[in-house]
Design a protein around this ligand. Structure first.
Ligand code: AMP
Ligand code: MG
Length: 420
């Protein structure tokens, strides 16, 4: 059994970023930038009005002043207007400032009188002008490599005229849930049977990470069927197998993997829940146009670094069948691998300080992840802290990791991991 840190390190070192691709900005949401992006134009791109009002020259204008309106400048085409002393230009939000004007007075602060206005307020220079470049300078970095493209970041790219952005590769995933006891939701259930909830859980977690789920299959605990199902699954970059990785007689996943010539890098990790976790790799079976899908032809290898080529291998994550174990091991081991393959820089779940509601001690021999509710700055364990307790998990939104031998007191500030 290896430590959780060792397992994560090994996994993260083994997988490599997939080749980058260019996508339209509208399809880049939540993907990761594959290169640094820099501003092509400043923001704002030109001095413009922050209000509907009148562009004026403050040096020739005080409260009570009468000014002649010499033209109108709407947003859009710059009419290249120019004002002199005693003049104003009718202007609208976002419109370019006329030459000679150094402030805008709001339309609420003037009285219009035919071709003239009377200023009813004192106006200071620069008032209601949005200065060129005050938000963003030309050449400034707007999106670092490896950063997730959120809606606002995508909007900044659009503001710079980028129609496309280079993002990290697309991770294709397959899910295989194993177990003779499992039925599909909607099927008629018999004694001793349960509904397969892990397929739904893992499908959701994969999509949340930004992976594309190619297939979701169920397979009985039977070696031949498992081999066939795994062969189908390894057409994807990663295959997530749920269940069948423990030590019972019906846990046939390891044997099936062995028969397929897979290399098992990790089996059993000092993590609670999730001890039987497995990580391995097998040459990827990708269908080629000329040959049958089962000739074991690998496609091109990933460029760079000389490590394990993502495109030639499929990575296999064997998660314990207990739903909470599957959930915790997904977040701790699968999520960072997917993010790295997608080109992300930050692989860990975000950590947030929280005030602990209860005393907690880990006197076991594995790092323990407590499921809890993080609310108003406070973390309270929620639900039964057992690996089968799916409903308890569904009530939680954060994890607290307690190392072996570690104790926390109620009221202490602890770092928790949050998702969603
Ligand atoms: P296993 O890891 O196969 O030994 O399964 C451990 C426990 O998780 C057993 O109680 C299984 O019935 C349960 N389990 C396995 N797979 C699933 C699944 N897909 N959905 C819900 N529970 C499962
Ligand atoms: Mg099982």
């Amino acid at each position: 059994m290896i430590s959780e840190e060792e397992a994560r390190k090994k996994i993260v070192e083994t997988v490599r970023p997939l080749p980058a691709r260019k996508l339209s900005i509208s399809r880049s949401l939540d993907l990761f930038a594959a290169e640094d992006h820099f501003a092509r134009v400043p923001l704002p791109a030109f001095d413009n009005s922050a209000m509907d009002g009148y562009a004026i020259m403050t040096s020739s204008c005080r409260k009570g002043q009468r000014l002649r309106v010499i033209g109108e400048q709407p947003a859009g085409r710059d009419k290249q207007l120019c004002i002199s002393r005693g003049e104003a230009v009718r202007i609208f939000t976002g419109a370019p400032m006329p030459a000679g004007a150094d402030a805008v007075v709001m339309q609420e602060d003037i009285t219009r009188d035919g071709d003239e206005i009377v200023i009813n307020t004192d106006v200071e220079a620069s008032e209601f002008i949005r200065q060129r470049g005050c938000d963003l300078a030309e050449g400034q970095r707007i999106l670092p490599k490896g950063e997730r493209i959120c809606a606002a970041a995508a909007a900044v790219l659009a503001s710079q005229g980028f129609a496309e952005v280079t993002v990290g590769g697309e991770v294709k995933a397959a899910v295989l849930s194993t177990g003779d006891e499992l039925l599909k939701p909607g099927e008629r259930i018999g004694p001793g049977q349960i509904y397969d909830s892990n397929s739904v859980l893992l499908d959701g977690l994969l999509k949340r990470c930004g992976a594309v789920v190619n297939s979701v299959e169920h397979c009985r605990d039977e070696r031949e069927s498992l081999i066939k199902a795994i062969e189908r699954g390894i057409k994807s970059h990663i295959l997530i197998i749920s269940g069948g990785v423990s030590v019972g007689e019906h846990d046939s996943v390891k044997a099936a993997l062995r028969d397929l010539g897979a290399q098992v890098d990790i089996w059993r990790v000092a993590i609670k829940p999730g001890k039987p976790f497995l990580f391995g790799r097998v040459r990827r079976r990708v269908p080629s146009p000329q040959s049958s899908p089962w000739q074991g032809k690998a496609d091109a290898t990933a460029p760079g670094e000389g490590g394990i080529a993502n495109l030639a291998h499929s990575f296999i994550f064997g998660l314990p069948g207990n739903p909470v174990s599957a959930f915790v091991t997904f977040l701790q081991f699968v999520r960072p691998a997917i993010l790295k393959m997608m080109g992300a820089m930050k692989l860990d779940l975000p950590k947030v300080p929280a005030k602990l509601a209860v005393d907690l001690t880990n006197d076991g021999d594995r790092a323990h992840y407590i499921r809890g509710k993080f609310e108003h700055g406070k973390f309270s364990p929620v639900g039964r802290q057992e690996s089968h307790a799916l409903f308890g998990l569904s009530q939680s939104n954060a994890l607290l990791r307690i190392s072996v031998g570690q104790s926390f007191k109620a009221g202490e500030i602890v770092d928790i991991q949050v998702w969603d």
